[in-house]
Unconditional design. Structure first.
Length: 505
């Protein structure tokens, strides 16, 4: 296969390699070690193939890279249309990066129905990648809904405590919200005869969709509700703490690391891309909700007695920064929002892996059950501190760059937004460092904690890539921003035209 042909097929290969691995797993005998090794190999293969996107990505090219457009179903007019820009490419790489770590962290913690677990994990990976590479709205919606089933099953079959309740709540919340997006997609198809995002975006910009002006607010809202629930944006967040607390570790890592980003990616790609005027008109109340989410999530995290629930509420707070940056309509804000998405995936994924390691040893997430763990588990304590500092936003670690850019963009949009958003950084330092103090310092209050084993080689291997990426993203952000910025400028172009029209009047 020559390079041009590989460019055309690479997104298909990256997307469906995990699914092919899941189907092959069906044929493998129930020998747990073989299943785990095979799942690790397939997930690593998908990651290696996704690196092709980084090596050959052309940031100077207008539109999308690695585009593949093939007529799939003639009636209705559905195309198998894939492509990535600087935003979606990094989200694909984030997904393929985290999945092998999820396999490693689940090596011993999943001991029953091992084959089913890794099949679900690989199917989920394909669905997540499909969301980020789809440029046909039907295909996008198919993958969007396809993520629900494996994630709900992972929570319901392999979770803890009220796992069935959490799985059903997650499934119903996100599925019902998605119906509004489906209605908006069908309206667009009825008026244009196409699901193709690029065609629809051009039609919007040239005023070629009949009835669009009258319906645009409701169409915008249909997409926005689906994305807001997925983020989750306040007040649509109540499903998330239950899902996180009851999910297995790998489920929490992919849920926080990738699945929540589907919502913020959708806002950036579809709300801003298809409804620029409505995005601008409704930005004020969306930014207010984002600010409430930042502060509310942080304050609720501050009083959590459960380590995993604290990390879950920190996700609500951090994703508020992303929404704030997106609807600032500034270059700094959108670049920062994308960077926070990636940094949050690494650092919060790392925090959930660390919490899962502790759960394997003590079978509890209650902070009061710990204390003084830095003495028996010094390596674990070091990893935990490093990831906590990355999540807090310490300069030279990944959390700092994105939040700094988002707050810069928010200040440019309106000073009060930046001021209120900045308090979220202070609260984050409060709840994360206080949690660290209670878990790792002081006297060992429970005798069983004195004999807890430190990290083994497999656990170090799972955590090290996250720690390394947290550092590299902090010291070399231009490696990411150089490819993200052209995509951001493309998204912002209609808003610049709108501003020039206003000035012209």
């Amino acid at each position: 296969m020559n390079l041009a042909a590989l460019h055309s097929w690479i997104l298909t290969l990256v997307t469906f390699t995990p699914l092919a691995g899941a189907l092959l797993l069906l044929l493998i005998p129930r020998r747990d070690r073989d299943i785990r090794v095979f799942a690790l190999v397939i997930s690593l293969l998908a990651f290696v193939m996704s690196l092709h996107l980084l090596v050959h990505f052309d940031g100077t090219k207008a539109g999308f890279n690695f585009e593949f457009d093939h007529a799939w179903i003639p009636t209705p007019n559905i195309h198998y249309h894939l492509g990535v820009d600087g935003v979606s490419m990094w989200l694909v790489v984030l997904t393929t990066f985290l999945t092998p770590l999820c396999v490693l962290i689940s090596w011993k913690s999943i001991s029953e129905r091992v084959k089913e677990f890794f099949i679900l994990l690989l199917v989920l990976e394909t669905a997540l990648i499909g969301v980020f590479v789809s440029l046909d709205l039907f295909l996008f919606y198919f993958f969007w809904e396809a993520t629900l089933i494996p994630m709900a099953l992972l929570i319901g079959m392999y979770g803890h405590g009220r796992k069935i309740y959490a799985a059903v709540k997650f499934f119903l919340y996100t599925m019902v919200a998605s119906v509004f997006m489906l209605a908006a997609i069908l309206w667009l198809y009825a008026k244009t005869g196409t699901f193709d995002f690029v065609v629809l975006q051009n039609a919007v910009h040239h005023g070629q969709i009949p009835g669009y002006a009258a319906a645009s607010f409701w169409l915008f809202l249909g997409f926005f509700v689906a994305f807001a629930v997925k983020v989750p944006l306040f007040p649509f967040h109540t499903w998330l703490p239950d899902a996180h607390v009851e999910a297995p570790t790998a489920g929490s890592v992919l849920l926080a690391g990738v699945l929540l980003k589907m919502g913020t990616y959708g806002m950036l790609r579809f709300n801003l891309g298809l409804f620029p005027e409505q995005s601008r008109a409704n930005a004020w109340w969306i930014m207010v909700l984002a600010l409430i989410g930042i502060i509310y999530g942080a304050l609720v995290a501050l009083v959590q007695p459960n380590m995993k629930k604290l990390i879950a509420y920190s996700s609500i707070s951090h994703l508020g920064f992303v929404v704030l940056g997106i609807f600032s309509f500034t270059s700094a804000g959108l670049n920062g929002a994308t960077y926070v998405m990636l940094a949050h995936g690494i650092s919060t994924g790392g925090l959930f892996m660390l919490a899962g390691i502790l759960y394997e040893r003590r079978h509890t997430y209650e902070i009061s059950e710990f204390g003084g763990l830095a003495t028996p588990m010094p390596v674990y304590a070091s990893f935990f501190l490093f990831i906590v500092l990355a999540s807090v936003g310490l300069p030279l670690l990944n959390g700092f760059i994105g939040e700094f850019l988002v707050l810069t963009g928010a200040f440019q949009a309106r000073a009060v937004y930046g001021t209120l958003g900045a308090t979220g950084v202070i609260w984050a330092a409060g709840y994360l460092l206080w949690m660290y103090q209670r878990v790792f310092f002081g006297k060992v209050t429970h005798e069983v904690n004195n004999s807890l084993p430190d990290l083994n080689l497999r656990e170090k291997t799972a955590l090290a890539p996250a720690a390394v990426m947290a550092l590299v993203m902090g010291v070399a952000p231009l490696f990411w921003l150089s490819t993200i910025d052209p995509a951001v400028q493309s998204v912002l172009a209609p808003f610049a035209q709108m501003a020039s029209r206003v000035v012209g009047r």
